[in-house]
Design a protein around this ligand. Structure first.
Ligand SMILES: Cc1cc2nc3c(=O)[nH]c(=O)nc-3n(C[C@H](O)[C@H](O)[C@H](O)COP(=O)(O)OP(=O)(O)OC[C@H]3O[C@@H](n4cnc5c(N)ncnc54)[C@H](O)[C@@H]3O)c2cc1C
Length: 339
């Protein structure tokens, strides 16, 4: 539904954000991942979720050619966008509707003497109602300190690839691709024919620190993974490397709700799926701000109890233990078969 919401917005507002709906492949790269994906497809079907099917080895490789692929979860309904273009287009739309957007003016303090008083470096703003849609930065705001923590994901993009480099890969459908790891790799062929790949090792922060956008080890891991999957890209130059924080709740599930009273709404915890989810969450937040009782505000994600993260240094210990466990399980799933 969140994916549909973005598609509807793009069509209704004419958003220029390279939106395409090519479908999604979760590639099985080892026998253990193949078993995991097949089990998950069976589970989805048993729950009545339609529109997902197993592609065998040849069908998966016919879409994206890699000797590593043993089959795939295929889900035609998913979409891809350029998220930077999307957010700029959304700004254009809301400004056109009369909103004022203040960038580079972080709120440093929130007081509630009557109306809210939001303090910034350049002055303060009074507001009857506020929405804290601060995602991975939310722990910096005292009322949200324990609801989520940031973790960092890293991305690389190659130079535009030549026809010769792409020939063994195919990928004419430009599907979005992931694998079945816990610490997933996610990748796509961009409109200008770069390979963009993110994921693998995840970065963790300590306390209020937010300076983890650089991830040399993760970038090196991704470059090696590109070469392993697609030998024809061994010589492709990586021209862009970046990283950023995503928001993690203790149960890895989003949380939206009122903060104390209905005049303050928060939204955290989309993990790595927020590009579509935040658009649907925006509609939920709208209904909460307007104090409407709707199907969206009755959703179980809304006003649920979120198990709080512990304070530091336990928080870092817990996050590091979770990350280590997820990585260990990935290594077990990637062990070569005996003999
Ligand atoms: C490298 C990377 C790759 C990703 N890949 C994907 C993907 O493939 N698919 C997907 O669905 N999701 C992906 N995500 C996650 C996705 O980007 C997020 O889930 C989504 O952007 C969340 O949207 P948001 O509006 O909640 O938060 P954000 O987009 O993080 O926006 C939060 C905003 O709050 C502002 N802010 C924070 N503190 C304050 C303050 N005190 N005062 C004022 N403003 C403040 C920030 O400046 C920021 O603009 C990725 C994230 C990263 C970092």
């Amino acid at each position: 539904r969140a994916v549909d919401t973005v598609g509807e917005l793009v069509a209704a507002e004419g958003l220029d954000c390279d939106y395409i709906r090519p479908g999604f492949l979760r590639m099985a790269t080892t026998p253990a991942y193949e078993r995991r994906i097949r089990r998950e497809i069976e589970l989805a079907h048993s729950l009545g979720i339609e529109g997902i099917e197993w592609l065998d080895r040849d069908a998966a490789r016919a879409r994206v050619g890699s000797d590593r692929y043993r089959g795939a979860w295929w889900e035609p309904r998913t979409a891809l966008v350029n998220p930077l273009k999307l957010v700029r287009e959304m700004k254009r739309v809301v400004v056109g509707l009369g909103a004022t957007v203040h960038e580079r003016s972080p709120v440093r303090s929130i007081a509630r003497p009557g109306p809210f008083l939001l303090g910034t470096a350049g002055g303060s703003v009074a507001a009857e109602r506020i929405v804290l849609a601060t995602n991975a930065y939310s722990h910096l705001l005292p009322p949200l300190r324990r609801k989520q923590v940031p973790a960092w994901t890293y991305v690389i993009a190659t130079e535009p690839l030549s026809g010769e480099q792409l020939a063994p890969i195919g990928w004419e459908g430009r599907e979005g691709v992931e694998d079945a790891r816990n610490l997933i790799h996610y990748y796509r062929r961009t409109p200008d024919d770069r390979l963009l790949m993110g994921g693998g090792p995840v970065g963790l922060g300590f306390g209020r620190g937010m300076d983890r956008d650089s991830g040399p080890a993760a970038w090196a891991h991704l470059e090696a993974h590109v070469r392993d999957l697609f030998p024809s890209l061994a010589g492709a130059r990586v021209t862009h490397r970046w990283g950023g924080p995503f928001s993690v709740t203790t149960d890895l599930t989003p949380a939206i709700g009122y903060l104390g009273d209905p005049r303050a709404v928060y939204s955290v915890g989309c993990i790595g799926h927020g590009v579509s989810m935040t658009h649907l969450n925006g509609q939920t937040i709208r209904d909460l701000v307007l104090e409407r009782d709707t199907e969206l505000t009755r959703h179980w994600l809304v006003n649920r109890r979120v198990l709080p993260w512990p304070p530091e240094p336990v928080r870092l210990g817990v996050s590091a233990a979770i990350r280590a466990y997820l990585g260990l399980e990935d290594r077990i799933h990637e062990r070569p078969a005996p003999g």
